[in-house]
Design a protein around this ligand. Structure first.
Ligand code: MF3
Ligand code: CO
Ligand code: CO
Length: 267
């Protein structure tokens, strides 16, 4: 099997890296206000990651084959930006929805998580998309247990999102994570129950659905990173890193500031 389950100290290493990633988002939260630029948020995040947490940013200089090096410590994806938005000089404004995605490395282990932020009150449609995308992520998470299959997770997310009139982005997916940022398996956010890899205890991967208010098609901007919806409809994303336990799942990217799970998730 290509996926090596993690044990013992490896899992503790993942727990620490993942909590630290979530704590970057906690720290940023009070700064996410109208008027601040995403470049300013990036500076605040990088300083905290390096000088407070003693971590390395996994995204600064990250350059998978065919991509230019990513220049920042966070991805900031606003409104119709689906993912991989590059921090820039544009100030956030009232009504924006923004995903902030952060990945840190601690002792060689990667922790990867993202949350949505609504600047000011947001439109009814924006609030609904953000809330239901959060629920979609959790509809995937609760499927995680030994013996389940990756297709069960994807199906759960897709059927829920589409039942709400939204669409699921196909070109980007969750991923195994550990000593490498992106490793096997690919965790699709769509699919059929009972298909794809079987989950085994010790696997760690992300679940990070990108859900569009309009059509699912996307396109890439000329910067080589930024992904937007083709129809310019709003897009939202949430991300957790999870561990398959002997009986179910453990969400690793939790912190004091994590929003509570939706009501349907058993305590
Ligand atoms: N954090 C993203 C993910 O969830 C990947 C960002 S790569 C970057 O997989 F280079 F754009 F930062
Ligand atoms: Co990820
Ligand atoms: Co991420």
């Amino acid at each position: 099997m290509a996926i090596t389950p993690k044990t013992g100290a490896d899992i503790d290493g993942m727990r620490t890296a993942c909590r630290l990633a979530a704590e970057v988002l906690d720290m940023l939260t009070p700064h996410v206000k109208a008027g601040i630029t995403t470049l300013q948020l990036d500076k605040i995040a990088l300083d905290f990651i390096v000088n407070v947490q003693g971590c390395i940013s996994a995204t600064v200089g990250y350059a998978p084959p065919g991509y230019p090096p990513f220049p920042a410590s966070i991805c900031t994806s606003i409104n119709h930006v689906v993912c991989h938005g590059i921090p820039n000089e544009r100030p956030l404004k009232d009504g924006d929805i923004v995903n902030i995605d952060v990945t840190v490395i601690k002792d060689g282990w990667h922790g990867d998580t993202s949350r949505m932020f609504i600047v000011g009150e947001g439109s009814i449609q924006a609030r609904r998309l953000v809330q239901l995308t959060y629920e979609a992520m959790w509809r995937g998470i609760v499927r995680v247990k030994p013996g389940a299959r990756l297709g069960d997770i994807g199906h759960s997310i897709q059927s829920f999102a589409e039942s709400q009139g939204f669409s699921v982005v196909r070109e980007f997916c969750g991923h195994g994570i550990g000593r490498k940022f992106h490793e096997e398996p690919q965790v699709l956010h769509y699919g059929r129950p009972g298909t794809m890899d079987e989950l085994v205890p010790g696997m760690t991967f992300t679940i990070e659905p990108m859900i569009n208010a309009g059509r699912r098609e996307i396109r890439e901007l000329g910067d080589g990173w930024t992904i937007v919806t083709k129809d310019r409809s709003l897009s939202a994303q949430w991300e957790h890193t999870v561990l398959v336990t002997d009986t179910g799942y453990e969400v690793l990217t939790l912190s004091a500031g994590s929003p509570p799970p939706p009501a349907f998730v058993a305590a």
